[in-house]
Design a protein around this ligand. Structure first.
Ligand SMILES: *[C@@H]1O[C@H](CO)[C@@H](O)[C@H](O)[C@H]1NC(C)=O
Ligand SMILES: CC(=O)N[C@H]1CO[C@H](CO)[C@@H](O)[C@@H]1O
Length: 748
């Protein structure tokens, strides 16, 4: 027996070379049956609510018929939207990779990887932050010969170029240092900021030396920016600066292209004599008369330019504020692209966005916990997550428009004797034309090739179009975060960013790949619902607005729109509302949130829907009717000291006088008036608790709205710092809300 077993094992080992061993694994979440049962009971509750609304519609001519129908519409929509949220929770999957198998199997024969970093404005995105991102990816634990880093600077700024030039010199010290001491993370700023690194004193000398180098570089860059000019000797030494001679403005200049480090050049070595990754600066041509298509245009120029220089078969796309926090992420991603049996249809690997400067309770709810820790895992099981524009590895051919067919194996081996015949200068000159304004005329770029144009979320629509061509994607959310970025630090920034997302996702509903109509038969039903989760943000705003105004006004006038406590219809409402909030809280805590954080999330849920999504909705409609043009607002990540202090203390930053705040303040005031009015009436009648029995849900809703708006009332009336709401806005919202309440009362 044992002999037989041993020989069997022996045989297996011999065959081992041919035997298939996976490079990644996909596991389904546990406890699904339990969750599904729970979900079904909630659905029954929702059906009861619908039944209540339908069976109790006031007859024609009776008071409140239209209001009732409006509530029915809102509840139908919320119910159906809830079904979508269940679809993405139905079958979450989790991925894990086997990097050691990858390196065993492929040794050094791994594909070339091109990394694209995009920046757009050196005032909003400081060059020092940009080069920290660049340095963190240049220092990946990956053969430098196979790594190329491209910076696209849509600001066309000399200062960004200068910073990158400095970074290319610093890299010669930084990369060997990282590799020698296994530094993590490899963004120098973050590394030096975490003091604990000094403790392991065995290399404290080198630590001090490299820190000094970094600080000197930082100093030179900041001085140049403060003075508003590049040091003369640098300008003289490096021919790259001459490309700014014909530069007239950010939106009007020639292509500026500079290969700062040529990885193929045998002289490009770090201080230890090892090869360096290629480093390229690109500012594509801009002319006022040619649309530049924002980030999508920049990415497409990078795709073409890189195809001439390195042509890596894998592309990593990063925002300039997102450094690499794990030097082995490329290997993780390659496990998904290079598995012999399961990889052929995988077009991109999306990592979650993770933010390093969140406060403990994340008061603007920027971490998007539920999306990244639950919903994306669910969407992954239906064919893959959305492409969210950063932290994403792509197959170059899929990104360039290739349709999926059975023989789409990743081709990456190139002829070794493919030597570059041209000189670097010739190569630069030849490549420049690929980044010109006119290159894309009469081509498929922006339509079938590269990133799509004309949508506020170019990334999501591009991902969808790739999936519609038969490809799948993978969501990889490792324990140790692969990338870390910066989240907005004021309420206004968050709302503006959310508006762009809501608007773009809503546009997708009407495009050629609409998940509602056109994607039918191309991607699975589950994935279509997954997209709808985001595409429906904007229209949902109308119903949330309705729900946060009408019931309160009716409460003020003593008209009941929901069942009383004594009615059996009260039960389904109570069940659905309580279980949903409890479940939501549990999920939030499970994703690592705090209770206060959850409360903030409820507030942001309301604020996003009543301002960002509403404006996104209105703007999309206006655009479809041809009234406005699209604009792309970059959200600033750097703010002044006062604001940072308040951010750290978790005091909500209003400050601006934005139309979004006007809506929020008016809604808050309106609910406050209704609440005060009702309490007042009940006190006069001598029975405060009556209203809780006759109109429990309306009272609950109105008081919840008042409670959640507490910080806003403070911002309106009690605060004195720079982050309060302006007095004029307080006045305006006060008057509008008062008018609304009193005219409504008069009507009845
Ligand atoms: C970066 O990775 C380290 C582990 O090396 C982890 O402790 C840290 O929290 C990560 N940073 C962020 C911002 O996620
Ligand atoms: C760039 C930036 O705004 N960084 C801030 C992130 O948040 C922390 C506080 O949590 C600040 O100290 C950083 O300055």
């Amino acid at each position: 027996m044992t002999v037989a077993l041993a020989s069997l094992r022996e045989r297996n080992r011999e065959m081992g070379r041919e035997k298939y061993i996976p490079l990644f694994e996909t596991k389904e979440a546990r406890g699904r049956v339990f969750y599904r049962l729970f979900s079904v009971t909630v659905f029954l509750g929702i059906c009861c609510i619908w039944a209540y609304r339908i069976s109790n519609i006031p007859r024609k001519g009776e008071d409140g018929r239209w209001v009732w129908i409006g509530l029915l519409g809102a509840e139908l929509w919320f119910g159906l939207y809830w079904v979508i949220t269940q679809a993405v929770r139905w079958k979450p999957v989790f991925r894990c990779t086997f990097k050691d198998r990858l390196s065993q199997r492929y040794k050094k024969e791994l594909p070339e990887v091109d990394i694209f970093v995009c920046t757009a404005n050196f005032k909003i995105e400081p060059p020092i932050m940009v080069i920290n991102t660049v340095l963190s990816v240049m220092a990946y634990d990956y053969s430098p010969e196979k790594l190329s880093v491209y910076l696209s600077d849509d600001g066309g700024s000399e200062f960004t170029f200068y910073a990158l030039l400095e970074a290319s010199k610093f890299a010669k010290h930084w990369i060997p240092y990282c590799k020698k001491f296994k530094v993590e993370p490899r963004s120098p700023a973050v590394y030096f900021a975490s003091k604990s690194n000094l403790d392991n004193s065995h290399h404290s000398e080198q630590w001090v030396a490299i820190k000094k180098l970094y600080e000197e570089m930082e100093d030179r860059i900041e001085t140049a920016i403060t003075l508003g000019r590049i040091p003369e000797e640098e300008r003289f030494k490096h021919k790259g600066f001459s490309q700014w001679d014909s530069y007239s403005s950010r939106l009007d200049h020639d292509t500026i292209l500079q290969i700062l480090i040529d990885g193929k050049d045998p002289n490009a070595k770090d201080i230890d004599g090892c090869a360096l990754p290629t480093l390229v600066y690109l500012a594509r041509e801009k002319r006022p008369q040619h649309p530049h298509h924002f980030k999508a245009g920049a990415m497409n120029a990078l795709i073409r330019v890189s195809s001439m220089i390195s042509n890596g078969s894998i592309i990593l796309n990063l925002d300039c504020d997102m450094y690499s926090n794990n030097s082995l992420s490329i290997q993780d991603a390659l496990c998904f692209f290079m598995d012999e049996e399961k990889s052929h249809d995988i077009a991109f690997v999306q990592y979650p966005q993770h933010f390093e400067n969140l406060t403990k309770n994340d008061m603007y709810s920027n971490s998007l916990r539920a999306s990244f820790n639950v919903e994306f895992h669910g969407i992954d099981s239906f064919g893959g997550p959305l492409y969210i524009g950063t932290g994403c590895f792509h197959r170059r051919d899929a990104l360039c428009g290739r349709k999926f067919t059975k023989d789409c194996k990743l081709e990456w081996k190139k002829d070794d004797d493919h030597k570059r015949l041209k000189s670097i200068l010739e190569l630069e000159e030849e490549t420049k034309s690929l980044a010109s304004c006119t290159y894309e005329q009469n081509t498929q770029w922006g339509k079938e090739m590269g990133l799509r144009y004309g949508c506020a979320v170019e990334d999501v629509i591009t991902g969808l179009s790739i999936q519609c061509r038969g490809w799948k994607s993978v969501y990889f959310n490792p324990e140790r975060k692969a990338f870390a970025g910066l989240a907005p630090t004021t309420l206004h920034q968050t709302l503006v960013q959310q508006k762009r997302w809501a608007e773009g996702d809503f546009q997708i509903l009407f495009c050629k790949y609409s998940p509602l109509w056109h994607a039918h038969g191309k991607i699975s039903l589950g994935l279509r619902l997954g997209y709808c989760l985001f595409c429906f943000w904007a229209p949902t705003s109308l119903l949330v607005l309705y729900y946060s105004i009408i019931p309160s006004l009716y409460l003020l006038n003593g008209i009941s729109l929901f069942p009383q406590v004594s009615s059996p219809w009260f039960l389904p409402f109570a069940y659905v509302i309580s279980t949903q909030y409890i479940y939501n809280l549990v999920e939030f805590l499970w994703c690592g949130g705090t209770i206060l954080g959850w409360w903030s999330e409820q507030r942001m849920w309301l604020y996003k829907r009543t301002s960002s999504y509403f404006f996104g909705f209105v703007d999309t409609i206006l655009k479809m009717l041809g009234f406005t043009d699209s604009t792309f607002v970059i959200t600033a990540k750097f703010t002044d000291e006062d604001i940072s202090k308040r951010y750290e203390k978790e005091i909500i930053e209003f400050g601006d006088s934005s139309p979004m705040f006007t809506i929020l303040a008016t809604l808050a005031m309106l609910n406050l008036f209704c609440f005060v009015g009702v309490v007042n009436k009940e006190i006069m009648s001598g029975n405060i608790f009556r209203v809780y029995r006759t109109m429990p849900l309306q009272t609950l809703l109105c008081s919840a709205l008042v409670l959640i708006n507490m910080p806003l009332y403070q911002g309106l009336f009690l605060r004195n710092d720079g982050g309060k709401l302006p007095g004029s806005l307080a006045f305006k919202s006060f008057v509008v809300a008062l008018l609304a309440c009193s005219s409504f009362t008069l009507l009845y």
